[in-house]
Design a protein around this ligand. Structure first.
Ligand SMILES: Cc1cc2nc3c(=O)[nH]c(=O)nc-3n(C[C@H](O)[C@H](O)[C@H](O)COP(=O)(O)OP(=O)(O)OC[C@H]3O[C@@H](n4cnc5c(N)ncnc54)[C@H](O)[C@@H]3O)c2cc1C
Length: 342
């Protein structure tokens, strides 16, 4: 038996907003959860793509920043003591002879569970890395693929590479705190929202922000993970050095359905088809919720994912407690129950 074998009621693949809410819904039905994510932080798209953007369609929050929503969901799940396995991708899912499921991660952790909830969004997140020699040495110190805290970049000289929404939005936002911003893009036209691109061009008329076009990243200068300059080159091979403390390459996050596509689940255009009444897939004991799940009329919204989490939890309870009838109660009546199981 694996040294890293851990047992629980429910293994949740994906710590995005929907996976986090599933911990709460399972907890309310006395089921313990382990949650696995390939990212080093919880929060899925909310944390990785837009932590400081306001969301307006979360019930009862007229406006809430995505990062704060993740904090609230984590707080709501905390009484049920979820076990997080972060920074590791689920690579295999197998059914054991005893009918329980084994979820295996890239770090060799094996979670054995009665049921599995796949809340994997668009798949495991990973950055699209620019092909620069030695870039790994700078990652996490001066090269970042996502911004978690704007303040971390106060008074820094930042090179932002890319021409999409993330590059332009972060250039506009970080210009408020940074010492200098260079936006490196290989063509004059930006793919970002036209109003944002216009704003960027207006900002580039001042000293704070410089557009470095048409250039591409060529190499990095620095030592021990600390950047001193980013060298860029145009198509004719003309090079120039941009003095920099940080590089933010925004070439998109690769979203890799990866091994999930090989688990024998019914798929429809890279989404897992489920029974909308229970969120169960074609494999008994495997459920899919949130962005990765599809059924007729599916709305890819956080609030739909929350409802799917509740339905999956109720269906899973019948598997975890097959001999116990559920006496329906509102949370106002029963309060927060003690989580059961291991
Ligand atoms: C810019 C932007 C703005 C948005 N605004 C809104 C809005 O206003 N309102 C709204 O309702 N929605 C909005 N959305 C969409 C919303 O963020 C998604 O619907 C939501 O994040 C889906 O949640 P999820 O938990 O299903 O998946 P995700 O948030 O995608 O999380 C899935 C997690 O699963 C992990 N994962 C996947 N596969 C594996 C694996 N094999 N092993 C380990 N981990 C894995 C991923 O790393 C990821 O962290 C917006 C999205 C973006 C990009």
């Amino acid at each position: 038996m694996s040294e890293n074998l851990q047992t629980t009621d429910v293994a949740i693949i994906g710590a995005g907003p929907v996976g986090l809410f599933a911990v709460f819904e399972c907890g309310m039905l006395k089921m313990r959860c382990h949650v696995i994510d390939s990212l080093a932080v919880i929060g899925g798209q909310c944390a990785a793509l837009y932590p400081e953007k306001p969301i307006y369609d979360i019930p009862a929050y007229p406006r809430i920043d995505a990062g704060e929503l993740v904090d609230r969901l984590s707080e709501q799940a905390a009484p049920f003591e979820p076990v997080y396995h972060l920074d590791q991708q689920v690579t295999a899912l197998s059914r054991e002879p005893n009918g329980r499921w084994h979820v295996t991660t890239s770090r060799g952790t094996v979670v054995e569970a009665t049921a599995v909830i796949i809340a994997a969004g668009c798949g495991a997140f990973g950055p699209n890395r620019p092909p620069l020699a030695g870039i790994e040495d700078y990652e996490g110190i001066s090269v970042h693929y996502l911004v978690q805290r704007r303040e971390a970049f106060r008074d820094k000289r930042i090179v932002i590479a890319g021409g999409g929404d993330s590059a332009v939005d972060w250039a506009l936002s970080l210009a408020e705190v940074a010492a200098k911003i260079y936006v490196v893009h290989r063509r004059p036209k930006f793919r970002a929202a036209p109003e944002s691109a216009d704003q960027l061009h207006r900002l580039a008329e001042g000293e704070k922000l410089e557009l470095v076009i048409p250039y591409q990243l060529a190499s990095l200068e620095g030592a021990n993970g600390k950047l001193t300059a980013v060298t860029v080159a145009d198509l004719e091979g003309n090079r120039k050095d941009l003095p920099a403390d940080a590089l933010l390459p925004f070439f998109g996050l690769s979203m890799n359905l990866g091994p999930i596509a090989d688990w024998g689940l019914n798929l429809d255009h890279h989404h897992i088809t489920v029974d909308p009444a229970s969120s169960e897939t074609n494999a008994k004991g495997i459920f899919a919720i949130g962005d990765i799940a599809t059924y007729p009329g599916k709305l890819k919204l956080i609030l739909s994912g929350f409802s799917e989490a509740a339905m999956a939890a109720h269906a899973i309870r019948a598997l975890v407690y097959p001999d116990e009838e559920l006496h329906w109660e509102y949370s106002t009546t029963k309060g927060l129950p003690q989580a059961a199981g291991g």
